[in-house]
Design a binder for this molecule. Structure first.
Ligand code: EPU
Length: 357
């Protein structure tokens, strides 16, 4: 066997590969540790007559019980500096690197910008797909370019930031599921710690406190990293302890008129400006105010400390239909109370590896 041969695993159990802990068996799974394995994997799927799909860290997907597809598990690693100047650095990162470990590495190297995105579960390769974001930063702020293979043709393509078509929790890759396998992501990061974003809501307060506790006058990127870790650990469940897939709904963007009407009725409704005519409001607040914090349809309940996160209290027993039942109940309750439609954030995978509603 050559170094780059593929090893198809038949009837492969993916239960440990999704943070919602849904039981799932794939017809075939193939771990990709080298770029040279991508073409043979595409050829193998064609020969088997099965569709291809990519599963990264599994922290934003809802899997079916049976997956009739060849599931590619990217495990390409490595962090390489490709351009270095006095002010910034461009680094290329393998899709299989763990996101949080990568963020921590950047901090120790003195490459700044991503510290607000500490502790987000998943792998680097999936980070552009939903344009991960937290505490005033999203990766589109720092993504320089990425390399992906078009699974329909086998062609290797490079996308710059614009070509990724980023939007709030969205990108070209989210809209064209299973089309591309992202293998390498390049980020342009600051060397000057002054650019770190420290002013976002409760982050500012916690980071300032941490700086103060360490006898520092101003907040450092390390303080921001520590503050994000502290806030996330206090609000968000660890998927290893309580199965979940992060925020379950997108924060809805509503018209200014609708917002004015809601704000008159609920003066404590938080909001984030989007444009002159639109406002983003937190889905977690709506769910909480609708009386659904810690509730749902058992075994799928909103988290007691952050109502936007749906948790699975029946690891490896609950299935997609339990999730749909809870999703519908929560979305309908919120709609009845506020007239606002909630849109699901994690991706629903069909039995053939496609994207479902
Ligand atoms: N809120 C409530 N009750 C709740 C939850 C939230 O009243 O149960 C209120 C909060 O008090 C706050 C507002 O809603 O005023 C927003 O809450 P939070 O700051 O916790 O953030 P979020 O809008 O609910 C978003 C991201 C998170 C990210 C945080 C922090 C989305 C869909 N979610 O959540 O991302 O960590 O901001 O920046 O945009 C994820 O995508 O998986 C995720 C966790």
């Amino acid at each position: 066997m050559t170094q780059h041969a593929i090893t198809p695993l038949f009837h492969h159990d993916l239960s440990a590969c999704n943070t919602m802990a849904l039981q799932c068996t794939a017809d075939v799974a193939i771990t990709l540790s080298h770029n040279e394995q991508i073409s043979p994997a595409i050829a193998f799927a064609k020969q088997q007559g099965l569709p291809l799909m990519v599963l990264s860290g599994g922290s934003n997907v809802l899997l079916p019980k049976q997956l009739h597809a060849v599931v590619l598990l990217p495990n390409i690693t490595g962090i390489d500096v490709i351009q270095d100047s006095d002010t910034d650095v461009i680094i290329s990162v393998g899709a299989g690197e763990n996101w949080h470990d990568f963020v921590a590495t950047c901090l120790t190297k003195g490459w700044y910008g991503l510290e607000n995105l500490a502790l987000i579960p998943g792998l680097v390769g999936a980070s552009p797909v939903q344009n991960i974001g937290a505490y005033g930063v999203q990766i589109s702020d720092f993504l320089y370019a990425l390399t992906a293979t078009d699974l329909s043709t086998g062609e290797v393509c490079t996308f710059n930031n614009d070509e990724c078509q980023f939007a709030y929790r969205d990108s070209l890759f989210k809209r064209l599921p299973s089309r591309y396998l992202i293998s390498q992501v390049a980020f342009k990061l600051h060397k000057n710690p002054k650019h770190t974003k420290t002013d976002y809501g409760d982050l500012a307060e916690t980071a300032t406190q941490i700086a103060h506790d360490n006898a520092r006058d101003s907040v450092t990127p390390q303080d921001v990293f520590d503050a994000v870790v502290r806030i996330r650990q206090s609000k968000l469940p660890d998927p290893n302890e309580l199965a979940n897939c992060g925020s379950f709904f997108q924060n809805p963007i509503i018209s200014q008129d609708k917002f004015t009407a809601l704000k008159a009725q609920y003066p404590d409704l938080p909001s984030y400006p989007v444009s002159d005519s639109e406002v983003k409001i937190p889905a977690g607040w709506l769910i909480d105010k609708a009386g659904l914090k810690g509730k749902g349809v058992f075994p799928i309940l909103t988290h007691a400390k952050q109502a936007l996160v749906l948790t699975n209290h029946a690891r490896l027993t609950a299935n997609q239909s339990d999730i749909k039942t809870a999703q519908t109940f929560i979305a309908d309750t919120v709609h009845d109370k506020f007239g606002v439609t909630l849109v699901r954030e994690p991706v629903w995978i069909t039995e053939t590896g496609g994207i479902g509603e």
